[in-house]
Design a protein around this ligand. Sequence first.
Ligand code: AMP
Length: 561
Amino acid sequence: MMIGIDLGTTNSLAACFRGGKAEIIPNRLGKRLTPSVVSVDEDGTVYVGETAKERGFLHPLQTARVFKRSMGTDKEFTLGGKKFRAEELSSLVLRSLKEDAEAYLGEEVTEAIISVPAYFNDLQRKATKRAGELAGLTVSRIINEPTAAAIAHGISEQGKDARYLVFDLGGGTFDVSILELYGPIMEVHAIAGDNFIGGEDFTELLATMYLEKAAIAPESLDIRTMNEVYKAAEACKCAFSQCSLITMSRTIDGHTHEMSLTLAEYEKACEPLLEKLRRPIERSLRDAGVKLDDIDQIVLVGGATRLPVVRRFVTRLFGRIPNMLVDPDEAVALGAALQCAMKARNEEIREVVLTDVCPYTLGTEVMVHNGLFDEDGHYLPIIERNTTIPVSRTQTVYTAHDNQTRVNVKVLQGESRMAYHNLLLGEISVPVPAAPKGKEAVDITYTYDVNALLEVEVRVHSTGVKRKIIIQNEQNRISEEEAAERLAKLQHLKQNPREEEPNRLQLLRGERLYEELPAKRAAIDRALMEFERTLATQDRTQIEQGRKALIKALDAIEFDL
Ligand code: AMP
């Protein structure tokens, strides 16, 4: 069985294609979203999702979140005395989703299509694929999130031809994509984005406003208190979806600090963040060569598009209300599941061929004459960003000095005018016959294939000598032994047993409330001890009932019911 997975910054979810339609797979707690959070305790037991998130309030140093932002980098997270890279933490989330899917579907899940932000570079994509493999999944395709979302919308619209702008604001990333569905083809025209803005920034803003009002320096707070403030800010931010006035109140060091804020005031404070969202939108329209009016559907994706501030911004900018047919949290996973069905050539679904673009400009370094003298270090783009792939382009360059005997070609990725600001992917050199400057010509051909592998060929006109390299981002590759070692390390981690997860979650929640609410400790203690006694009976029916009673008691305590 193959499933579609949206591996999100904040939440992840899985979907499958059954009975002629895509459906979301609930997790072990019966929820559709699994928080992308991993916690590891001292004895090496791993917690994933809601339980890990709950654990994180009391054990922030043993808990990792927002690790998708570090995908494809060497950054290590130390949890429970063990070190993990982002792809390993992601693999633990994927393993949890895989197990939930197997329990729900009653069959083994061996394959997956996993989505990534369109803006992910090659390293980040490869790390995502490895995360899937570490979780025991064959990753048959990596699909761009906006493409998946547009498929979910396009198919639900009965396949009418249309131009889509997908506005995807998740927890930590923002992507804008312009796609067109015509006949059996879904073509990506342009993608643009910012890997460093998302819903979390809107939460952080609220937390900063609160601390400023309370005249508390964030550095003076310990990590646990900071987490509590952040959690309260997150709840208030989400409350803005229902009401236009929020009150945020916490007791810090024995003092209660309160802040009331209207939606209009919050909106004003959000202006710099909203301004940051505008740039990628304008860039994608320009790159796709379309105007705002040419867009038929605006598709909202990502949890943060639930924020009224963001919805109003989109409505104002486009002069119309965005499409909300598919839940913004679920569109990507559903699209990935539809893609699974297409891949399996399921007859109940119309096949859509996807065409993609390269997200960055690829070029080389050259010397240019600036009117007065020759200047080194300029960037010569060869494949412009947002060119449909596969693509092959050639540029001719000439020798820069008299009697030069070699031409060095730097392979660069990026958008800057000066070469050194762009990322160096590799270098290739060819011999040329000694001759006066500008007499020897060299063709540089860049070929970018559907798997996003770049091949560079350099050919000297006069001699016909050729050199070729394939750029595969070697620096982040791991050896087979290292891969096996990592897999073994992950497999040795103990997992919190699936069936115990709902109980563990409530016990952790009780412990957190005990720390947070000194006035209610006696009641919390009683409720927890009662449930612990019930757990000791090992009687399933009694435990189920006991858990329900505990949830009721904790709800009453936490929400003052
Ligand atoms: P995603 O990465 O797509 O799961 O999006 C997660 C982001 O959506 C987080 O920053 C959440 O705070 C935000 N989010 C989820 N629900 C809401 C809501 N009702 N109102 C505002 N933001 C929300």
